[in-house]
Ligand binder design. Structure first.
Ligand code: SAH
Length: 386
């Protein structure tokens, strides 16, 4: 097995439980794309075993710490453990994340379940090379009707991998029926955003259900995740998304669930908030779930001003006693930064606001305590007092 020596800095990071070792901390790697390698510290200490990438800035992804290599069955063992954990969560849904990369000790592997089908993403060379083994293990463990590879995320290009969407097992239809709580969706696993649904928000939708009432504004609605689950508790629902496709899907899903109080508009949320303010509209419940505004560190300042603007406008549109469910899925914007920007929006809106719940992505997308990058989704539930 190839051996790769890392720097003192790399060793320190690994010993603090972070599984990523960057190119600048790796000395003269003698390994090929996707190899399983032994990782050695600068004084010869065995650090662990990792999957090697000859292209990514993340050169090594540790899969086992210490001197012993992972067992030959590690892929199947870890898939089984991930599946068992999701079973134990007893989620009230037929769509959820089965494997969440690092948090399931399978770095850069995503497996989402949509009813009888699985959607897989292999986001590094090491995992990409092992896809046949992963598929065989998933078939043995779960007997899915079909497995789709949604290998179109751009991060694959950073690994020198091609972008492609293909069936790996059985067959996968254009639309899959799934249920999340009381809501039935038709999901497009081939072309939908992410792998079809924003599964990481499922538990925040459940949480929001405890507060939603009156007139609801669901901004950045995609195919209506929050709008549809909260509609039965609200008098009227306005769902806004810039994508015509997403809005068509909201309408379809509203009809499928016989929710007659949902209106969907294809609009830029920034413009729509301004327009709603101009016309004197008011809401008792508002959801803000924008895309990641800060995709990298350089974009943080601009992202914060975007978060500030939408939160400020939403707090103005909210009636006293109303609830704002506000989210950020940029991992470059920390919880502390997000709370700070929302509090400054409250001050500028002249609103007194209490923090009712501080939440993250759902339990099927676990956070690794030593890997801050895995805490990406922040969700604050706020109440406007006055
Ligand atoms: N709330 C959704 C997920 C939202 S993802 C759920 O629970 O499933 C973010 C959405 O914002 C995407 O659907 C994208 O089309 C939309 N979007 C991005 N920029 C936008 C803008 N400026 N105005 C309106 N929608 C936007």
């Amino acid at each position: 097995m190839p051996r790769v020596t890392i720097s003192r800095k790399g060793e320190d990071r690994a010993r603090h439980g972070h599984p990523w070792i960057y190119r600048s901390d790796v000395e003269q790697p003698d390994a090929a794309a996707g190899d399983l390698v032994q990782v050695i510290g600068p004084r010869g200490r065995p650090i662990g075993h990792a999957l090697f990438s000859d292209r990514s800035e993340i050169t090594l992804r540790l899969i086992e710490y210490g001197s012993a290599p992972p067992p030959a069955t590690f892929i199947k063992d870890r898939l089984a453990a991930a599946i068992e954990f999701r079973r134990a969560l007893a989620l009230d849904a037929t769509a959820y994340r089965l494997v969440h990369g690092e948090a399931d000790r399978l770095p850069s592997l995503i497996v989402d379940r949509y009813g009888d089908y699985l959607v897989v993403q292999a986001l590094s060379q090491g995992i990409d090379r092992r896809v046949p083994e992963i598929v065989a293990a998933l078939v043995e463990l779960l007997q899915p009707a079909g497995i789709l590879a949604r290998n179109d995320p751009r991060v694959r290009l950073l690994e020198g991998l091609t972008q492609q969407v293909e069936v790996l097992h059985g067959s996968v239809p254009e639309r899959i029926d799934v249920r999340e709580g009381a809501v039935e969706y038709q999901v497009d696993p081939w072309r939908g955003q992410k792998t079809g649904l924003f599964l990481d928000q499922r538990e925040n939708r459940e949480a929001a259900l405890r507060y939603a009432r009156g007139r609801l504004l669901d901004a950045f609605s995609y195919n209506g995740g929050f709008a549809l689950s909260l509609a039965p508790r609200c008098t009227s629902v306005l769902a806004v998304d810039i994508s015509e496709d997403a809005v068509a899907r909201i309408r379809e899903n509203a009809a499928r669930n016989r929710l007659a109080n949902v209106e969907a508009r294809a609009m830029n949320v920034f413009d729509e908030l301004r327009e709603l303010e101009r016309t004197g509209a008011r809401f008792e419940t508002i959801v803000l779930d924008p895309p990641a505004f800060a995709k990298n560190k350089a974009a943080i300042r601009k992202a914060l001003s975007g978060y500030k603007e939408i939160n400020l406008r939403a707090l103005k549109l909210l009636t006293p006693g109303g609830f704002l469910i506000t989210c950020s899925c940029s991992y470059n914007v920390s919880e502390e930064m997000f709370v700070e920007v929302v509090s400054s929006a409250a001050a500028d809106a002249g609103a007194e606001v209490s923090l009712v719940e501080k939440r993250a992505q759902g339990r099927d997308h676990p956070i690794l305590i030593n890997v801050p990058e895995t805490y990406y989704l922040k969700c604050l539930i706020l109440r406007k007092l006055a």
